[in-house]
Design a protein around this ligand. Structure first.
Ligand code: NAI
Ligand code: MG
Length: 502
């Protein structure tokens, strides 16, 4: 459509992908229209124009996808040796790497994120996830166990455990890191021998569909991964409540997370939930202030602030407050905003008109409650969904902007006077996803990492992730852990086998 062809530097493979009249669902290795024949549009957040027409899955399509996943689970996929599964995962990694430029552009176009972040962040991490989990299939094993049976003294048994796949996994991902979130769930799910039905977010369905094509090219058997773009209350809810889905892994709002928990009750699905955050980023006066300033800035403004791990509550020790906060506000004012695809852009648009509206309503609420705007505080001009990077000071902990997840480029900066005080305040939200601590005092750093209630804590750094490091939240930020060896546990179930030797 118009907007995409107007971009001269667009990758030829992406151009050909986008030239499709309509993007179909991927079910059982086949590209098919939705049973209803319905489609929906996906938009370029930089100008609000439609990029593509996508088949809109609903219950009937989710049923078909689950059936295909079940068939593949019991068929070719379970018969593939671990070493063959590793080869497939490595081929996927190689293909994603080979197509990284194209995929980064697609992600930038559909989500709005800057091409720099897509290229240097999302894509290399996707590849790394498939490589890391690609090494696992040959290393997933059970144990032998020295059992003693108190009511049968002297009895002899051989006892062992086996790790088996959970089964059909439903993956529901959000729009902030569409491809990366997909990879983060698909890689361990496949490494453990599961099959998958993935529902990308309605705002950003394209990269999962393109990945689906690459998965087939990599030799993944038909039906092992099925892609069903659609809306939350229809396709998402159908997947979350499906009686033949064994596990759901969900990333998104805490509100929908609760719906997923309810929907899981029918057949008692296993769940991994990665939900919202309101993360504290705490800077002590004795920190490397230059590094801390960068960490504060990047912690909130990366991906336009649309990260679950956004450092959206910055606490600065009072003696350095004016200096650091002034610098943050000045820097925020000079960010170059524009279309994500433009390599000169430092901050892209938000993902959707709805998200822009939501973020601006928080900005209004902050103003009304008496917080002071040091930078931004408004939408940015243009047709796209742009919001100016916004810095609020004179924020009270009880204000809505200090309690609720805004999920946009809006930061609350607050002074503090002692470690005890800042820990109490840092912990005083329903969330507990991540936290940042900046200090050169090693004892203080460790005391804080012990007392902050969060699933991930960064000391003198922020927003670092790796396939090998666990990821997930405390409190209402969710349950279960993604990435790392813990994902292998989360995507397998243990069978305990007793052999009578008496
Ligand atoms: P959302 O939680 O509604 O959407 C996330 C995913 O869940 C999408 O794929 C959506 O289609 C699906 N979904 C929605 N309702 C569903 C249902 N009833 N059953 C099954 N699946 C369903 O997030 P939304 O509306 O896009 O954003 C709202 C807020 O959520 C954001 O402002 C942000 O605060 C938070 N959020 C947090 C994310 C994170 O990474 N933790 C990611 C996206 C949003
Ligand atoms: Mg929603």
């Amino acid at each position: 459509m118009a907007t995409t062809t107007a971009l001269p530097e667009i990758h030829p493979d992406l151009r050909s992908f986008l030239s499709k009249k309509s993007h179909q669902l991927l079910i059982g290795g086949q590209r098919v229209d939705a049973a209803s024949g319905k489609t929906f549009k996906t938009f370029n957040p930089a100008d609000g124009e439609a990029i593509a027409e996508v088949a809109e899955a609903d219950k009937a399509d989710v049923d078909a996808a689950v059936k295909a996943a079940r068939k593949a689970l019991e068929g070719p996929w379970s018969k593939m040796s671990p070493v063959e599964r590793e080869k497939v995962l490595h081929r996927i990694a190689d293909l994603v790497e080979k197509h990284a430029d194209e995929l980064a552009q697609l992600e930038s176009l559909d989500n709005g994120k800057t091409i720099r972040e897509a290229k240097n962040g999302d894509l290399p991490l996707c590849v790394a996830l498939f490589r890391y989990f690609g090494g696992w299939p040959t290393k997933i094993h059970g144990d032998t166990t020295p059992v003693s049976v108190p009511y049968y003294p002297g009895a002899k048994f051989l006892h062992y455990t086996v790790r088996e796949p959970v089964g059909v996994v439903g993956v529901i991902v959000p729009w902030n890191f569409p491809l990366l979130m997909a990879a983060e769930r698909l890689a361990p799910a496949l490494a453990c021998g599961n099959t998958v039905v993935i529902k990308p977010a309605e705002q950003t369905p394209l990269s999962a569909l393109r990945l689906g094509e690459l998965l087939l090219e990599a030799g993944l058997p038909e039906g092992v991964v099925n892609v069903v773009p659609g809306f939350g209350p229809t396709a998402g809810a159908a997947l979350a409540s499906h009686p033949d889905v064994d596990k759901i892994t969900f990333t998104g709002s805490t509100e929908v997370g609760r719906e997923i928990v309810k929907a899981s009750a029918g057949n008692l699905k296993k769940l991994s939930l990665e939900l919202g955050g309101k993360s504290p980023n705490i800077v002590f006066a004795d920190a490397d202030l230059e590094a801390a300033a960068k960490g504060m800035f990047m912690g909130i403004f990366y991906n336009q602030g649309q990260t679950c791990s956004a450092g959206s509550r910055v606490f600065v020790e009072r003696s350095k407050f004016d200096e650091l906060v002034g610098a943050l506000a000045e820097r925020a004012k000079t960010i170059r905003q524009g279309p994500g695809l433009d390599p000169k852009t430092q901050m892209g648009p938000l993902v959707s008109a709805e998200q822009k509206k939501r973020v601006l309503s928080y900005v209004e609420s902050g103003k009304k409650e008496g917080a002071k705007i040091l930078a931004g505080g408004d939408e940015a001009p243009g047709k796209g969904y742009f919001v100016k990077p916004t810095v609020f000071s004179e924020v009270k902990d009880s204000m809505k902007i200090a309690q609720e997840e805004i999920f946009g480029p809006v930061v609350c900066v607050m002074p503090f006077d002692s470690p005890e005080e800042v820990v109490t305040r840092a912990n005083a939200t329903p969330y507990g996803l991540v936290a940042g601590v900046w200090t050169k005092d090693i004892k203080k750093a460790h005391r804080l990492t012990q007392s902050i209630k969060a699933g991930v804590i960064w000391v003198n750094c922020y927003q670092f992730v790796d396939a090998a490091a666990p990821w997930g939240g405390f409190k209402q930020s969710g349950y279960g852990r993604e990435k790392s060896e813990l994902a292998i546990e989360a995507y397998t179930q243990v069978k305990s086998v007793w052999i009578d030797l008496n």
